[in-house]
Design a protein around this ligand. Structure first.
Ligand SMILES: [Zn+2]
Ligand SMILES: [Zn+2]
Length: 307
C-alpha cells in the first residue's frame, strides 16, 4: 500500500522556502517604493488585474473545485484551460496541490492536517505561531509531504494532468512572460514590458499567494461557523471576496464536493457563478449544486439558506 506521507528532501524544502515563503513578501516590499517613486499606470493595473483573476479563478475553480474535489465535470478544452489558469498562480503542480489539500480535508484541524493554525494550541501566542505555520510556515517546516500515489491516483492516471505537471516549469515561465508580453505590445516599448512583468508577474504572484494562503490561516481561525463541522473552518467575508468565493470555508468543509461554497444569503461566490455559466454554455456538466434540505439540516444558527 502507498503510505499517506513521504519524506521531502532538504533541497526541495529550500526551494519551497524561497519561492513560497521568502520571495513573495520581498516582492511586495519592493512594490511599495516602486509605487512611491513612479506610481502605477492604468495599463499595468489592468494587466495585473487580469492576471490576478485568471490565477485565482484557476485555483478556485480548476485546482480546487474541479481537480481536487471533483465538484463538476467539463469538456476537455475547459479542463486544460482551467489547469493552465491554476498554473498561473505558481502554487505548484496540480497533483502536489491536490494531494496536500485532500489530506487537509481528511484531518482538518487534527493530527495529520498539513496546515492547521491550531496545531500548537489555543492560547494567544500558540495560535499566532499556528497561524504563521498555516499561512506559509508549513511549506518549509514539514518534513513529510502528502504522497501523491496515495491521495491522487485518479489525477496521476489522467494523461492531461500528467502532461501539465511535466510541463509545469514552462507554465510558470508563461505566468511571467504573458504580462511582460502584454505590457510590451500595449506600449510598444521595453519599458512597458518590464513594468508589465513587475506588476502583472512578480507583484501579482506575491499577492495571489498570500490571498490563497489566507484561506488556510484566517478561514480556520476567525469568522462565523454557521454549520456544524468537526474542524474550525469558518466564513470570512474579505477572504471570500479576495479569493472569489473560497473564503466561505465553513460549508466547504461540510460538503467538500459542492461546487458552491457561498451557500447562505448574501454570500457572493464568483467562482460558483462562473461554473454556473460554464454549465449553461454546455461546457460543464454533472455539477454538484447544494441541496437545500442538507443546508437546513446542517445550519446551527439563525442564518438560513436563500429560497
Ligand atoms: Zn480548510
Ligand atoms: Zn477543499
Amino acid at each position: 500500500m502507498n503510505p499517506e506521507t513521504v519524506s521531502v528532501s532538504t533541497g526541495r524544502r529550500t526551494a519551497y522556502l524561497v519561492v513560497l515563503v521568502l520571495a513573495p513578501p520581498l516582492l511586495l516590499a519592493l512594490a511599495v517604493p516602486a509605487v512611491w517613486g513612479w506610481g502605477i499606470g492604468v495599463r499595468d493595473l489592468l494587466i495585473a488585474a487580469v492576471m490576478y483573476l485568471v490565477s485565482i479563478f484557476g485555483i478556485a475553480i480548476g485546482y480546487h473545485r474541479l481537480f481536487t474535489h471533483r465538484s463538476f465535470r467539463c469538456a476537455r478544452p475547459l479542463r486544460i484551460a482551467l489547469l493552465l489558469a491554476g498554473g498561473m498562480a505558481v502554487e505548484g503542480p496540480v497533483t502536489l496541490w491536490a494531494a496536500e489539500h485532500r489530506r487537509h480535508h481528511k484531518y482538518a484541524d487534527r493530527q495529520g492536517d498539513p496546515h492547521s493554525p491550531w496545531c500548537y494550541g489555543d492560547s494567544g501566542l500558540a495560535l499566532l505561531r499556528g497561524m504563521a505555520h498555516a499561512h506559509v510556515g508549513w511549506f518549509y517546516s514539514a518534513r513529510l509531504r502528502s504522497n501523491r500515489r496515495h491521495w491522487v491516483p485518479d489525477l496521476l492516471a489522467d494523461p492531461d494532468v500528467r502532461r501539465f505537471d511535466a510541463w509545469y516549469p514552462g507554465v510558470v515561465a508563461l505566468s511571467f512572460a504573458l504580462p511582460a508580453l502584454a505590457g510590451g505590445l500595449l506600449s510598444m516599448s521595453w519599458a512597458g514590458a518590464w513594468t508589465g512583468f513587475f506588476w502583472g508577474g512578480l507583484v501579482r504572484y506575491a499577492v495571489v499567494h498570500h490571498v490563497t494562503w489566507s484561506v488556510n490561516s484566517v478561514a480556520h481561525t476567525f469568522g462565523e461557523r454557521p454549520f456544524t463541522t468537526r474542524d474550525r473552518s469558518s466564513n470570512v467575508r474579505w477572504v471570500a471576496m479576495l479569493t472569489l468565493g473560497e473564503g466561505w470555508h465553513n460549508w466547504h468543509h461540510v460538503e467538500p464536493t459542492c461546487a458552491r461554497h457561498g451557500v447562505l444569503r448574501g454570500q457572493l461566490d464568483p467562482s460558483a457563478r462562473l461554473i454556473r455559466w460554464f454549465e449553461q454554455a454546455g461546457w460543464a456538466y454533472g455539477v454538484h449544486w447544494p441541496d437545500p434540505s442538507r443546508l437546513a439540516v446542517r445550519a446551527t444558527t439563525r442564518q438560513r439558506p436563500p429560497g
